[in-house]
Design a protein around this ligand. Structure first.
Ligand SMILES: NC(=O)c1ccc[n+]([C@@H]2O[C@H](COP(=O)([O-])OP(=O)(O)OC[C@H]3O[C@@H](n4cnc5c(N)ncnc54)[C@H](OP(=O)(O)O)[C@@H]3O)[C@@H](O)[C@H]2O)c1
Length: 384
């Protein structure tokens, strides 16, 4: 009899979470949703629980938990920091981590400790603690399959040929401000930054795509996922988001992965690997396809230079990079700072940081807290 895989989706109320549920819904003979989680979007959770009937739910904010408890009497309901471990303490095959931000780190580690396949959308886990996350994967014989479209592409292109990799080439759409000078970037508005030309995503990653900080984070993510040297990681602008990334091999041949920009494709691959499942996503219209590639403007978009420096220094710098950016993006979304202030906040916090090499998990948590507090103080001072 065919084994139906049991899946827990963390961050099920977000963009990637909802798309994952869509993939599961279309493949009832392959996947069963047994757990969902969100931070505070109770209405969406209620909708998901009614439709998929999972056995358990985790809600980070305890305030509205009673609403779910009252409505679903047989459901196991967990909350708070420790609740996520309880949600994961059940028979399961795949955990999809689609939580946004640093909050995704411990859930990634806890999933790996239980030996599950981790379908990883939460790039922050790899950015802030890539060495630890990879150690946990090995120690507990778990498996990380990337969900990020670029890393899914690289994963598929490398396949079994990892010893022949020369470079990986991450593609970037360039975001809504591609071609803008630094002067022009001074005046861009939050509403414009939220209009991504090719992808529909959560707010933080959309703003990070506009600053290219998202691409900087993906460079660090690629380093750890694929065991690369810093100078093997290249970035190229490809506005159409059709080629999701490429691998250059030692014989100077290249393999790239193409599809329409639809996150359900890499999500489904992370669930089905090493198999593939049919879907009804659009096909590429190859006769009318235009694909262009451009250099990144590293003067207007400093995030790429910054990411190379951070990879070189390593230690707790990546955690501080992420923490400062989380706070800066939140301040930008709340109209407390301007677009170019985001990178200035990040640079300021990195500059003040005293790096710890080979950090433990505690060091990383401390660096995250320090980075957030320092960024908040800097923003407060900017506003005075
Ligand atoms: N969107 C994309 O196309 C895309 C592509 C590649 C990678 N990613 C990565 O995937 C992750 C999710 O992105 P997204 O665009 O789906 O974000 P999103 O739409 O903002 O969703 C974030 C999810 O995380 C939950 N969450 C937030 N803070 C939490 C906390 N402290 N504890 C528990 N849950 C929390 C949210 O719950 P509530 O809704 O209840 O607040 C929501 O379910 C990010 O790391 C992003 O970089 C996204």
């Amino acid at each position: 009899m065919k084994h139906i895989k049991k899946v827990i989706v963390l961050g099920s109320t977000g963009t990637i979470g909802r798309l994952t549920l869509d993939v599961i819904k279309r493949n009832p003979d392959k996947y069963e949703l047994i757990g969902v989680s969100g931070k505070s979007n109770i209405n969406e959770l209620i909708k998901q629980i009614s439709e998929f009937k999972p056995s358990a739910v985790h809600i980070y904010d305890y305030k509205n938990v009673y609403k779910i408890k009252d409505e679903f009497v047989n459901l196991e309901v967990y909350t708070g920091d420790s609740g996520i471990c309880k949600l994961l303490d059940r028979e399961c095959d795949i955990v999809v981590n689609a939580i946004s931000g640093f909050a995704g780190l411990i859930p990634s580690i806890e999933s790996l400790k239980r030996g599950f396949r981790l379908a990883l959308a939460n790039k922050e886990s790899m950015v802030v603690a890539g060495h630890l996350v990879k150690d946990f994967e090995k120690k507990y014989m778990a498996q990380i399959i990337p969900v990020d479209s670029e890393h899914s592409a690289i994963f598929q292109c490398i396949d079994a040929h990892d010893k022949y990799v020369k470079n990986v080439i991450l593609t970037a759409s360039g975001g809504p401000f591609r071609g803008y000078s630094k002067d022009k970037l001074k005046y861009v508005k939050c509403e414009d930054a939220l209009k991504h030309p090719t992808w529909k995503m959560g707010k933080r990653i959309t703003i990070d795509s506009a600053t290219l900080i998202n691409k900087g984070m993906e460079m660090i993510e690629a380093k750890w996922l694929f065991g690369l040297e810093d100078n093997q990681i290249k970035v190229i602008v490809h506005p159409q988001s059709i080629m999701h990334s490429m691998v250059q091999f030692v014989d100077n041949s290249y393999i790239g992965l193409m599809s329409v920009p639809d996150m359900r494709i890499p999500i489904a691959y992370a669930l089905s690997y090493p198999e593939r499942i049919k879907n009804d996503c659009s096909e590429l219209d190859l006769f009318y396809l235009t694909m262009t590639f451009e250099k990144v403007d590293i003067d207007s978009f400093e995030a790429i230079k910054l990411a190379y420096n951070i990879m070189k220094e390593d230690g707790t710098y990546p955690a501080v990079f992420n923490a400062a950016d989380e706070i800066a993006v939140d301040a930008f979304l709340n109209k407390r700072i301007d677009f170019l202030d985001i990178i200035d906040v990040v640079k300021y916090v990195l500059d003040k940081h005293i790096n710890i090499k080979n950090p433990t998990l505690e060091d990383i948590i401390d660096a995250n807290n320090w980075g957030m507090e320092t960024a908040m103080q800097f923003i407060k001072d900017l506003n005075h």
